[in-house]
Design a protein. Structure first.
Length: 201
């Protein structure tokens, strides 16, 4: 693709970094932005600078937040004895949209994937074990994607949690095997939370 301006080409290259955005889509977006007033572009850029500079990770669960403790962890109406273990923030959003879960979350920040060089030490596991060791947790729900990597992570966590004698459950398999959680429809995901099953190895 020949682009007649180095500035436009640089903009296209940056937009094409985004997931699911190819060069042609990036070009269309860049030309659209080029047509906007300077103040619109400045506001657009400022929003992402603010996002990068001001966003925090919840010190309890790892969720993104504007303050140190996210709105879910700080909510006394949530069941703090029930922890739902998920891969990332997109899974929290997906489950919250079902309205079926009233506990709290723990975000691992990924799943074990040797092919991608991700091992247990790369995940947010120690703080989960600290919560469980405190004795206030009654149930841990594995809500990871129904993939080989998700199952491997579930098994690893189960072996770590087993000595603490808490209930360990997982989503019912209404969520198809091989499906990433964030792409499951809300009704199926909600029913999977409600009809969760004891985790078995």
């Amino acid at each position: 693709m020949r682009i007649p301006s180095k500035y436009l080409e640089q903009a296209v290259d940056q937009l094409a970094i985004l997931p699911g955005v190819g060069k042609r889509t990036a070009l269309r977006l860049a030309i659209h932005l080029l047509k906007q007033k300077p103040e619109v572009i400045e506001q657009f850029a400022q929003v992402f600078l603010d996002l990068k500079n001001n966003i925090k990770k919840c010190k309890s669960c790892g969720n993104i937040s504007d303050v140190e403790l996210c709105s879910i962890c700080s909510n006394p109406a949530r069941n703090h004895g029930m922890i739902c273990v998920v891969e990332d923030i997109r899974d929290v959003i997906a489950i919250e949209e079902t309205g079926s879960f009233h506990g709290i979350y723990h975000i691992l920040g990924g799943i074990i994937s040797p092919m991608e060089g991700i091992g247990p030490n790369d995940l947010n596991i120690p703080s989960l074990l600290v919560k469980i060791e405190s004795g206030t947790v009654k149930e841990v729900i594995f809500a990871l994607s129904a993939t080989m990597e998700g199952d491997t992570t579930n098994y690893y966590l189960y072996k770590k949690i087993q000595p603490f004698h808490v209930d360990v459950t997982c989503l019912s398999r209404g969520v198809s095997i091989g499906t990433e959680l964030q792409y499951a429809d809300g009704i199926t995901l909600g029913k999977s939370i409600i009809h969760r099953l004891p985790f078995k190895v």
